[in-house]
Every structure is written in C-alpha cells, then in structure tokens.
Design a protein around this ligand. Structure first.
Ligand SMILES: *Cc1c(COP(=O)(O)O)cnc(C)c1O
Length: 469
C-alpha cells in the first residue's frame, strides 16, 4: 500500500475547482435562502475527483485492523469472531428499515425477536426477566443499580446508599454507582486475586443496614473464578442487600454456570462481547439487564424506544446459530485456549497469580526485568508481527499488566503462532532491547505520543495547519 501517493489527509489532495460530481440541471427554479441562514464565507471543503476520493478512503480502510484481519487477544473486551450470518440478519430490510414510531401492528416480527432474545438470556443466566434498553455494559450497570435502588425504596428502606465493589473491578462499576447517587466502598482482594471474604465480613458488620448492593464480576477482571460466591452472596443477602453481577465476563460461563443459580439478583450482559457484535472503536453495543423474579417491575426507562435493536438481532442470530448443544462449548473452549497460552508463556512472562484461569489472564510484564523492556514495548512490537496487542496496564493491580483473552474461536495454529511471536519478543528483549523499545517499525504510523494526543488533540485540518505553521 502506498500511503504517500494518495496522501494522508483528503485535504492535502484538494485541487482548487476540481469536481467529482455535478448536479443535474435544476428544473424547479431557484430560491434564495434568507441571509441570516447563509454562511458568511465558503465552507472549507476538499475539492477532489471521484477516483481520488475512492482511492483515498479505500487505502485508509486497509490500514484498519479487525478480528477479520488477524488475532485480536484484547483482554476484557472479548473480541470474538462475528459470524457474517449475524450481519445478514441484522441488515434484512424488514428489520433495518423499521422506524421506532411505526404502528405496533406492523412491527410484530421485531417484537418477537426481542421477546425470544430475552427468553434465551433468561435461560442462559437463570434470571427471570430482561430489558434490552441499555446501550452498553456501563449503561446496564447504571440501569441495574437503579432497579436495586428502587427496590429498597419500595420497601421504605431509604438508608441504603452504599455499594461494595472489589478493588479488581472494572472502572465502570464505581462510576455507575456514583452516577446512580450511591457511594462506593472498596473491598480488598487476597493475594490469589479473589475477594477477601474476611475483609467483606468486616465491612458488612460495620455498614450492613446502609449497603444497597455488592457488585461482582465473575470470573473477575483477572480471569479468576470467584469460588467464594456461595458464602459471599449469603453474607450480603443476610444484611438485606442485593447481589449485582457484572456480566462482561459471561463468555467462559456460557453453558457451564448461571449467575441466577449462584445467587445474583441483578445483572447486565454485554451483548457485543459475549454474543458477538463488532465493537471496535467504542460501539455499537447493548447491555441488557436481567433480574430475579419480583424485581421486573422496577425496570426504569433508560433509553428511547427499544435500545440497539440491530445488536439484539445479531445476538439472537448468534444464539440460534450456536444452538443449545454448541453454546455449551463456548465457555470451556475459551477457557482451554487462555490456559494453553498462559502455560506456554509463563516461563518468559511474569505470571503473578498461578493456577487455572477462565477465558483470560494477566501477565505482569516480562519475567526478565533487567532488559528495561516494558509491557508497552511488547505491545508495540506485537503490531510489527501483525497481531493486535493485548490489553495493557489494566487491571491496575499490577504495574505491567498484559491481559490476554484469545476467545474460543481461534485454531491451535493461530494460537501457536501468537505464542511463538511472544517468545520471539521476549528473546529480542534480551538480545536487542532497542529494537523492541523503538517498535513498531512496520506500521503506517510509528509510536505515537499518547499523552500529547490526549492533552492536545488535533481534530481538524485547520487546526493541524495552524499547528504546523
Ligand atoms: C467491558 C466491561 C465493562 C463495560 O462495558 P461497556 O459495554 O464497555 O460499557 C464493565 N465491566 C467489565 C468487567 C468489562 O470488561
């Protein structure tokens, strides 16, 4: 691909007066817009011929990296394969052409999809009812906490303003609690990465009647199954609080265990993670919320109309194409793949917590710390070899977190290729650390200054020109 020939910005290809398209002759006469609605000066638009525009955007699109290009082990995000049949179903004009204000009798098919999806989610999670309205996992957390708040209020119990969140939790957990007007208390993790039950006991003894809920992610953000849930849920329920399940990591549980059976009262599911919707670049998503029987009347109305219907459609197509038998393989295969990578790499990467993981796990950088090569460097070097980097510097429990999630879809050959490259990078870190520290070398853009990019973002061509001059 020749980036230079076609330029990096469409503005750099502009030729004054060049046109790619001309409008047909106007047969209807012309009308002057009122002066108050007109621009004082012409809009600054690039002027290009059609071929230049097509080449520019086609070449840009080829710079993109997605699950369809290569291995994408981005921990916590579940970047699994998105079967094309899901896209075809969501794009059917009977669904994609719907308008939310259409008369209800003309949208029965879409309604049936929503009902059937909710039913499937109930069966997969062991909960009683779902709402499809929330637009993302974080939105689902807020929705679920609103249910919990209303439940307590409905019993005249106004004093419950605390939410217990483990220190390993995703940042959205405390953020959602805060947005919901609740206060957060953090419960510590043990050195094995799971919730410290003794610390929780002390918190409940001190704050019991003020606790609205405990939020848990299971397996947690370290990819570890929280084995003490039976004990924890009993302790929490005994003080009158409810259990919230952050279902972002539902993938390894599919077909193996259900949050409802574990004693959770409310949960969200990230349909875009576990149920396969493309979600690079922050969207689209859906975060349906499920509740135990008796709580469904507390669902708030958190979005206009019916939520992200196209995401629901994809999820339902995915569930149906797996079927009852194959859905049971998702969790075990995702777990097998993660453990295989972990065991094959733990002699060269630092594994802070030994033992079986679920669908993902965390290394704390390279084992040999003397080379000065960081997790950032390893992630950048992986790009040179055509792999998307794992999640880095999350969770915050370790300094050099490198969080790997292969998902169930990958073949042994693909995974072996990734393992080979990870070992190769560990070797390079010893023999030629500068090579790794200055990576990437083969990508269209080198190592960007991410602090500068965040502090001083340049989002328009005009700003770029002003900056350069
Ligand atoms: C992804 C994730 C979330 C947030 O979900 P979004 O859909 O990105 O809003 C919450 N908790 C955990 C553990 C996650 O991995």
């Amino acid at each position: 691909m020749n980036n230079r020939l076609y330029g990096n910005l469409i503005f750099e290809l502009s030729q004054e007066g060049r046109r790619g398209y001309s409008l047909p002759k106007n047969r209807f006469g012309s009308y002057e817009l009122p002066a108050s609605m007109r621009r004082a000066e012409d809009a600054q638009l690039p002027e290009c011929d059609e071929m230049t525009v097509v080449r520019h955007y086609t070449n840009l699109s080829a710079n993109n990296f997605g699950v369809d290009n290569g291995f994408y082990p981005l921990g916590s995000c579940t970047m699994k394969y998105n079967p094309k049949i899901n896209e075809e179903m969501a794009a059917l004009p009977q669904f994609s052409g719907l308008h939310p204000l259409q008369p209800a009798e003309t949208t029965r098919g879409a309604e049936a999809i929503c009902t059937l999806l909710c039913k499937s989610l109930c069966e997969l999670t062991g909960l009683h009812a779902f709402t499809l309205k929330p637009f993302a996992g974080a939105h689902g957390e807020l929705t679920g906490l609103m249910v919990i708040k209303k439940y307590h209020e409905s019993r005249g119990d106004e004093s419950r303003r605390l939410v217990i969140v483990p220190d390993s939790a995703h940042g959205t957990n405390p953020a959602s609690a805060a947005v919901c007007g609740l206060e957060i208390i953090e419960v510590k993790s043990l050195s094995d990465g799971t919730v410290d039950v003794e610390a929780l006991k002390a918190l409940l003894a001190e704050h019991g009647p003020e606790v609205a809920a405990m939020m848990m992610t299971n397996p947690n953000t370290l990819g570890l199954f929280e084995r003490q849930i039976p004990v924890i849920q009993k302790m929490v329920h005994d003080v009158g609080a409810l259990m919230y399940y952050d279902g972002a990591n539902l993938n390894p549980m599919l077909g193996a265990a259900r949050p409802g059976d574990m004693g959770f009262d409310v949960m969200h599911i990230n349909l875009h993670k576990t149920f396969s919707t493309p979600h690079g670049g922050g969207g689209p998503g859906a975060g349906p919320v499920g509740v135990r029987q008796g709580l469904e009347s507390f669902f708030p109305n958190v979005s206009p109309y019916h939520g992200n219907f196209a995401v629901a459609m994809r999820a339902y197509a995915y569930i149906l194409s797996l079927g009852r038998e194959n859905v049971k393989l998702v969790g075990p295969l995702a777990t097998l793949n993660a453990n295989y990578i972990k065991e094959c790499l733990k002699d060269v990467y630092e594994l802070p917590i030994e033992g079986l993981c679920k669908h993902e796990f965390v290394f704390d950088g390279l084992k040999d710390k003397s080379t000065g090569v960081t997790t950032m460097d390893v992630a950048k070097r992986l790009l040179d070899y055509g792999y998307h980097a794992p999640t880095i510097y999350f969770p915050l429990l370790f300094h050099e977190s490198l969080m790997i999630e292969p998902t169930e879809n990958e073949s042994k050959e693909t995974i072996d290729g990734f393992i080979r490259v990870m070992r190769q990078i560990a070797e390079e870190a010893k023999t030629d650390p500068e090579l790794v520290k200055s990576a990437p070398h083969n990508t269209p853009i080198g190592r960007v200054d991410d602090v500068l990019a965040a502090k001083h973002p340049i989002t328009t061509y005009r700003q770029l020109k002003a900056d350069l001059s």
